[in-house]
Write a protein that binds this ligand. Structure first.
Ligand SMILES: *[C@@H]1O[C@H](CO)[C@@H](O)[C@H](O)[C@H]1NC(C)=O
Ligand SMILES: *[C@@H]1O[C@H](CO)[C@@H](O)[C@H](O)[C@H]1NC(C)=O
Ligand SMILES: *[C@@H]1O[C@H](CO)[C@@H](O)[C@H](O)[C@H]1NC(C)=O
Length: 322
């Protein structure tokens, strides 16, 4: 299982990819190759011989570039977010080049592929990367058969390639390991295959990337925020537009805002303004608050409420894919 930081980080990565997709598609028509949903019946528990319950799994297909009937099939794995279509991004360029079909199933429990209406602890027991891998294997067989039926031949196997990013990158690598007979290859981009408990090296790297001057300014800012939380927590949170958050959630938001600026290649959004404020004797907390609001909340479209523990405890999924 991933920690919530890893989850948020990959969520953010998905945001960024979606944006990159928008940028890439700006010149060449639409943002999506398709948004036409298809459905298959998926097994709820792949590991029980007696539980035959099923749920509806959403998927998408794009065949315009497919060199029928023998061309490759790119299985684009959707990760831990709603999957509303097949983005018109670099994979589309590759599909065109290689005459490939692109298919993408939505990950169980996300978007419209949730087996349960309420995400209680009991209902969440079938949410695992192992179940998700078997979903992919079942989908792969199901889709191959449906394609064979469409092309009127049986027992045929197209060359399949799996592709994923971040968590779905890990799934992509694991899929190739676990089902080598079902794929010709796997692309695992930034695949998170190695879980690290209490991953303090992540923060260490942020400090290194920031450099000594910026790191010192960031640490001083954190100390000042911590002091102000003790004396007047409401006013310091209000500065950041985060007055609704508990103290711990608020500090988590601040730490993420900082580290993700570095992880996603935007040190200039943080360091120059903060270092300048320090040099010119300006208020560091106010400066940092402005950075967080402008860069992290507004530009990177991070909702403050997503840091709220009460929000995370909600058992009704918030499907934003409509
Ligand atoms: C599909 O296969 C069946 C049985 O082999 C044959 O009768 C039929 O003509 C084929 N249809 C097409 C469209 O090729
Ligand atoms: C995490 O690691 C840090 C640094 O080694 C240590 O100080 C801290 O106690 C650890 N926390 C947990 C919850 O293990
Ligand atoms: C659900 O998500 C939307 C954004 O997609 C947000 O505006 C709304 O506040 C969320 N609802 C809840 C209850 O968190």
């Amino acid at each position: 299982m991933m920690g919530s930081r890893a989850r948020l980080v990959s969520l953010l990565f998905a945001f960024l990819l979606a944006r990159a997709a928008i940028a890439a598609a700006a010149g060449s028509g639409s943002r999506y190759l398709t948004k036409d949903a298809r459905w298959m019946k998926q097994r709820l528990d792949h590991f029980s011989p007696t539980d035959h319950r099923q749920f509806k799994q959403r998927y998408f297909e794009f065949l315009d570039y497919h060199r029928a009937p023998g061309g490759p099939i790119f299985l684009r794995i959707c990760g831990e977010s709603a999957c509303g279509g097949i983005p018109n991004d670099y994979l589309a360029v590759l599909a065109k080049k290689f005459g490939a079909a692109v298919v993408t199933p939505e990950h169980r429990y996300y978007g419209k592929s949730s087996p349960f209406k309420r995400l209680t602890t009991e209902n969440l027991r079938y949410l695992s990367s192992k179940q998700a891998l078997f979903d992919l294997a079942v989908f792969r067989q199901y889709y191959q058969e449906s394609l064979n039926a469409r092309y009127n031949h049986s027992g045929f196997d197209n060359p399949w390639f799996v592709v994923g990013v971040s968590y779905s990158g890990a799934l992509s690598a694991w899929f190739r390991l676990k089902f080598p007979h079902l794929t010709c290859g796997s692309l695992a981009s930034s695949g998170v295959v190695h879980a690290v408990y209490n991953y303090t090296d992540f923060d260490k790297q942020v400090g290194e990337s920031a450099g000594p001057e910026c790191k010192a300014a960031l640490q001083e800012t954190t100390r000042l925020v911590e002091q102000q939380l003790l004396s007047d927590s409401r006013s310091v949170k209000t500065l950041f537009g985060a007055q609704t958050l508990k103290n711990d959630d608020f500090l988590y938001l601040l730490a993420d805002a900082e580290s993700e600026a570095f992880q996603y290649g935007h040190p200039d959004a943080v360091c120059p303004p903060l270092v300048n404020a320090k040099k010119n004797g300006k208020n560091l907390v106010e400066t940092y608050a402005q950075i967080v609001k402008d860069f992290y909340i507004k530009e990177m479209e991070t909702p403050v409420y997503s840091y709220d523990q009460e929000y995370l405890k909600k058992t009704t999924p918030n499907d934003s894919s409509n």
